[in-house]
Design a protein around this ligand. Structure first.
Ligand SMILES: Nc1ncnc2c1ncn2[C@@H]1O[C@H](COP(=O)(O)OP(=O)(O)OP(=O)(O)O)[C@@H](O)[C@H]1O
Ligand SMILES: [Mg+2]
Length: 235
């Protein structure tokens, strides 16, 4: 579904990604793992159109989407949940959810999607009229995910959803990502430093180090590779 080919991205003189190849199969969870500064966020931002790569290609369903504006990429069915969620803390839970699907213009469909999100994340339903500022870290991450899902994306890009959350909450979020694939047929590209959690739900995993791919394996194979785990994944 998604193909990243020989992608290079720089911030001025800083090369964040150098010749990255990545392939994401429809209906799968693909994890992108790696330490601080490996280039994981940069990769997601280049896919969703927030950053323009210096060279290389991004293809969605075989079509070149490299350098398209963000809103075009969103219309093609790609939603990006940024690192730290990016929910608007001054708005209520309900208002945040409406924002995620507003561009679809079909009011009835949006209302149905929001109702679905309250079913998927019951804590959000109880807090729908509260501002996002009052939510816990886990609830905020749920809201970020739910907001992206109100637009009914086919491909979900999720940047470190586990950051700062308790292990039990992380496990719940990972289970939701798995269900989105298995039950709704969505495709997930999951960036995580928490390799152990990500590998527990991923089909495939790519390890980035200093802007290059150092491993690209079935998740189970990677999880069983002691050398790679010790060298890059910290467990
Ligand atoms: N806006 C920026 N300007 C300059 N350099 C940047 C910028 N954003 C990121 N970088 C650099 O690019 C490299 C990759 O950063 P990136 O944020 O993609 O890493 P990451 O894998 O997401 O790390 P983390 O796990 O800490 O979120 C790092 O060396 C970082 O310092
Ligand atoms: Mg990052």
């Amino acid at each position: 579904m998604l193909e990243v080919k020989d992608l290079t991205v720089s911030y001025g003189a800083v090369r964040a990604l150098g010749g990255v190849d990545l392939s994401v199969a429809e209906g799968s969870v693909t994890a992108v793992l790696g330490a601080n500064g490996a280039g994981k966020t940069t990769l997601l931002r280049a896919v969703s159109g927030l950053l323009r790569p210096r060279s290389g290609r991004v293809e969605l369903d075989g079509a070149d989407i490299t350098g398209l504006p963000v809103e075009e990429v969103v219309r093609l069915g790609v939603a990006h949940v940024p690192q730290n969620g990016g929910v608007i803390t001054e708005l209520t839970v309900q208002e945040n959810l409406r924002l995620g699907g507003l561009w679809r213009r079909d009011r009835a469909a949006l209302a149905r999607r929001i109702a679905d999100m309250y079913e998927l994340f019951p804590p959000l339903a109880q807090r729908r009229s509260r501002t996002a500022a009052t939510l816990s870290g886990g609830e905020r991450q749920m809201l970020a995910l739910a907001r992206a899902l109100t637009g009914a994306p086919r491909l979900l890009l999720v940047d470190e959803p586990s950051l700062g959350l308790a292990p039990r909450v992380v496990a719940q979020l990972m289970a939701v990502l798995r269900r989105l694939c298995d039950e709704d047929g969505r495709t997930v590209l999951l960036v995580e430093q928490n390799a152990r959690s990500a590998l527990s739900v991923a089909d495939r995993a790519v390890v980035l180090d200093l802007g290059s791919v150092v491993a690209d394996e079935a998740a189970a194979v990677l999880a069983a590779d002691d050398r790679l785990r010790h060298a890059y994944l910290g467990f």
